[in-house]
Design a binder for this molecule. Structure first.
Ligand code: UD1
Ligand code: CA
Length: 487
């Protein structure tokens, strides 16, 4: 890392992001489409920031309002430069240098749509640039199918790069070259500035090619080397949604492998999706079809899945979360959630607590060891430790105008199929009878029964349903039992 530390502090990074991204067929800028839960542009900015540049400029053009708005959210310190017409990469870098025109030292040029490129690779590239004393150093890759890319033409001895030739300008022999230009470079600022001034549109596409700065430097007797990257994914751009999904898959494969190597059991890497913002402790187990997103963290010994999506959820040690959708929730140590639970924002489940089957919670603080095991809605609730909420209990928190809170005291017991009409409080150590519609305070140690009393009408079947099977069954039963009920 000491070598890498030296590579920090380049004078500037220019990120090219003005292109149209037509093949995405999207009203959203290509750069805002996501890989592993972050925009492609955010990946580009992160990689650039690994170089701790004194200046970071993003060149915007197409859908620039969207891109600029996004940048103010994710990286407000970044400077933007506008390229009005997309006249080629050379023109784009000219625009990018405008706000930093008197810059000296190293300028790194990279693209906004190369999401797998890492900061480490950029650091290595700057290191290579310094080691060679280059005027220009470029990142290249050797591809089996190089069609479409600029080709690297080397000197006779193979050491330095003589020129980059764009696909449309290649001779048949040059088209055979498999080493391609990734479009990522380190330039000495003065060479870049002069080189850009020398560019012409005298080429097959009538564009200003940044790549021609290489020839310019060599004609001045300066040195240009390439750094060949074997990890081809890092040099690959995204142009359409097929490539976008392939990129997501590869990025995810890397995240999964990294987690596995750090001690996380991931049963099915193909159906486990992680964001790079997720924090997984060693000895976490992740079962198939699970997506962990945003600021989710999972502590040691917890098991997540199958069929679970957690967004910004904190899971405690040893907890179990099965077939659950959760967001902005906290699940305590050794707690159990699901199967088929829906944890909405503000859910906090205490140590050893339970949110069970077909249960929805929202803004609900559920104490240690408390249980909401079956078929319930708990919204705007505070449930004390050790309380038990019976099957089918509904916290009626909304009267059509305002939301109100329900408090259930510790070690209280709410019978099945109860409606708790908020605002209402059940004190510590109280009972609520099954089927209650509770509207009033229940004191400590009390049993509240808030429902109609049972009333039986003897002889009703005989007088209203005579001759039916039900009647015959009643007659048979009556022969055995005398006077089944009295009011
Ligand atoms: C460029 C290189 C080519 C290299 C390839 C790698 C040149 C002349 N060619 O190809 O050697 O193999 O990248 O992907 O540089 N952009 C702008 N403004 C423009 C043009 C492009 O901002 O006027 C941005 C695009 O948004 C994109 C990047 O620059 O992020 C590359 O543009 P693209 O058209 O994909 O690359 P090529 O010019 O075809
Ligand atoms: Ca182009």
């Amino acid at each position: 890392m000491s070598d890498q530390a030296q590579a920090r502090g380049v004078a500037g990074v220019v990120v090219l992001a003005a292109g149209a991204g037509t093949r995405m067929k999207s009203t959203k800028s290509k750069l805002l489409h996501q890989v592993a839960g972050r925009s492609m542009l955010s990946h580009a900015i992160s990689a650039a920031e690994a170089l701790t540049p004194q200046n970071l400029v993003v060149v915007v053009g197409h859908q620039r309002e969207q891109v600029e708005e996004h940048l103010t959210e994710i990286a407000p310190h970044v400077v933007t430069a506008v390229q009005e017409n997309q006249n080629g990469t050379g023109d784009a870098v000219r625009c990018g240098l405008a706000p930093i025109h008197d810059i000296t030292g190293e300028v790194v040029v990279t693209y906004g749509d190369v999401p797998l490129l890492t900061g480490e690779t950029l650091i290595d590239l700057v290191e290579a640039h310094r080691a060679h004393g280059d005027a220009v150093t470029l990142l290249t890759a050797e591809l089996d199918e190089p069609h479409g890319y600029g080709r690297i033409v080397r000197d006779a001895d193979g050491d330095q790069v003589a020129a980059i030739v764009e696909q449309k300008d290649t001779t048949p022999e040059q088209a055979e070259i498999r080493e391609i230009n990734a479009g990522i470079y380190v330039f000495e600022a003065d060479v870049l500035r002069e080189g850009l001034e020398s560019l012409t549109t005298d080429n097959a596409q009538g564009e200003l090619y940044l790549t021609d700065v290489v020839k310019f430097a060599r004609n001045k007797g300066l040195s240009v080397h390439s750094m060949v990257l074997t990890d081809r994914w890092q040099t690959e751009g995204v142009n359409d949604r097929v490539q976008l999904s392939a990129m997501n898959k590869e990025y995810n494969r890397r995240l999964v492998e990294k987690a596995q190597r750090a001690g996380v059991t991931i049963v099915d890497p193909d159906t486990t999706w992680l964001h790079d913002t997720v924090d997984l402790a060693p000895d976490v187990t992740i079962l198939p079809n699970t997506s962990l997103e945003g600021a989710t963290s999972v502590a040691s010994g917890a098991t997540i899945g199958p069929d679970t999506t957690l967004v910004d959820v904190e899971v405690g040690e040893g907890a179990t979360v099965i077939r659950t959708h959760g967001s902005l929730a906290v699940i305590g140590a050794d707690a159990s959630v699901g199967p088929f639970a829906y944890l909405r924002p503000g859910t906090e489940l205490g140590t050893g607590g339970k949110i069970g089957t077909f249960v929805e919670t929202k803004n609900a603080k559920i104490g240690a060891g408390a249980k909401v095991p079956h078929l319930s809605y708990a919204g705007d609730a505070e449930i004390g430790e050790g309380a038990n909420i019976g099957a089918g209990t509904i916290f009626a928190n909304y009267d059509g105008v305002t939301k109100s809170k329900t408090v259930i005291g510790k070690h209280s017991f709410v019978g099945s199929n109860t409606v708790l009409v908020a605002p209402v409080t059940v004190s510590d150590g109280a009972y609520v009878a099954a089927g209650s519609a509770l509207t009033d305070l229940v004191g400590p140690g009390e049993l509240a029964i808030a429902r109609g009393r049972q009333r039986n009408i003897p002889g009703w079947v005989e007088s209203r349903r005579a001759g039916t099977k039900t009647h015959r069954a009643a007659q048979e039963a009556g022969d055995n039992v005398e006077g089944s009920s009295e009011q």
